[in-house]
Design a binder for this molecule. Structure first.
Ligand SMILES: [Zn+2]
Length: 387
């Protein structure tokens, strides 16, 4: 007891574990019907944890979508640090050999290497090595299912686990991310009156009535980008992501359906976003009484921002500076992540993970040096936070 495993063996271990995780198919079956899911990779993490002398619990809600909670066990009244990463990946798409963890100089290629099996491997190594040292608190790793679709894994884990702080080890290029955006999906239905194209006096063209609404939403987007800015996340924004309508060439369309996605900044609410869209529709209706449009929110995810005065922010900055010989950047990330759920559960949360490229793309790789640095930083952070 008392000392951390030597740097050399720990850093080799993180690459070996990463390689094993990449080789296991864990495509999210909610994204790709019939895909492998988290079963095999969860079993691998559980077996690895048991072999490392850690306590392991499988949480399988809903059935077939297991998450794994790995713990050092708590020996004193020190603080509890939760490290959180997801087990699932997006589909293989156009990738060649997605499940072959190929190493070229500093890069490991493969689906999920960057998003985010490297961060997960680093978290597990940090949990093991902090557990071998003499901490008085506890380190917990939540290896969760389904982040790439509905985040059911982290929501279930939060019914069993709490902590004094959390680090989500999504890729951040070794920066400390203290904020990310949220999003709201709103479906809009514009109704007209279907009629034969040769009898225009009988119809109301739902697609043409949609035009001014789209223009007004474009104006709203332009306005948001100027008026609503966040120091690290940039502007709030909106785009029209899906549209459908009409039945055939010679029929005036009776219905047009489209979806807008609104990316939200910390402090913005779903109610506020719905109100903005509702005001756009109100103005379009005032300009043209034949506009018959309604809106429906189909999914919303909260933005996230941690108070920079939270102890975990300083702890992680000191750990990262010590492990990499330079102070880390403190920034925001563009993507949404499970951190929003941890934050909403009252756990001060930051994001920190390795660099690479190609999340959700045809070529994905992670930096091996960054993965090693991430494992060292997380270990140092755990030793300080949980001592
Ligand atoms: Zn991810």
């Amino acid at each position: 007891m008392g000392t951390v495993a030597s740097a050399t063996s720990a850093t080799d271990d993180v690459i070996a574990l990463l390689s094993d995780l990449v080789a296991i198919d864990s495509v999210n079956p909610s994204l790709v019907p019939g895909a492998a899911g988290e079963r095999r990779v969860a079993d691998h993490v559980a077996a690895w944890g048991q072999h490392a002398g850690l306590s392991v619990e499988l949480i399988e809600e809903p059935a077939g979508r297991p998450s794994v909670v790995v713990r050092t066990g708590r020996r004193g009244d020190g603080r509890v640090l939760l490290l959180c990463g997801h087990l699932d990946t997006v589909g293989h798409g156009e990738m060649t050999e997605p499940l072959v963890p190929r190493v070229e100089s500093d890069r490991m290629y493969g689906r999920g290497a960057y998003d985010m099996k490297a961060g997960l491997a680093a978290a597990l190594i940090a949990c093991r090595d902090a557990g071998r040292a003499d901490i008085g608190g506890e380190v917990i790793v939540a290896a969760v299912a389904d982040e790439e679709h509905s985040s059911s894994g982290v929501q279930q884990v939060l019914r069993h686990v709490t902590a004094d702080a959390a680090i989500v080890t999504e890729p951040t290029e070794l920066a400390i991310a203290t904020a990310h955006k949220g999003f709201v999906w709103i479906e809009l239905e514009v109704l007209g009156r279907a009629a034969h194209g040769s009898r225009p006096h009988l119809g109301i063209d739902a697609i043409l009535k949609t035009g001014p609404i789209l223009v007004a939403l474009g104006d709203l987007d332009a306005d948001l980008r100027v008026r609503r800015q966040h120091p690290t996340l940039g502007p709030a924004s909106l785009h029209a992501s899906l549209i459908s309508g009409g039945t055939e060439e010679s029929t005036i369309p009776g219905r047009c359906l489209f979806t807008v996605e609104r990316r939200t900044l910390p402090g913005e609410t779903v109610d506020g976003v719905e109100q903005e869209i509702s005001e756009v529709l109100g103005r379009c209706r005032a300009a043209d009484p034949e506009v018959n449009a309604s809106q429906r929110t189909t999914l919303a995810r909260e933005p996230f921002e941690v108070d920079a005065a939270q102890p975990i922010v300083g702890t992680l900055a000191r750990a990262a500076g010590g492990a990499a010989d330079r102070a880390p950047d403190v920034t925001g990330v563009s993507y949404w992540a499970d951190s929003a759920f941890l934050h909403a559960a009252g756990i001060p949360t930051v994001l920190y993970g390795p660099g690479g490229e190609g999340a959700h793309a045809a070529v994905e790789w992670v930096s091996l040096d960054d993965t090693r640095a991430c494992a060292r930083t997380l270990t140092r952070a755990a030793l300080e936070f949980c001592r």
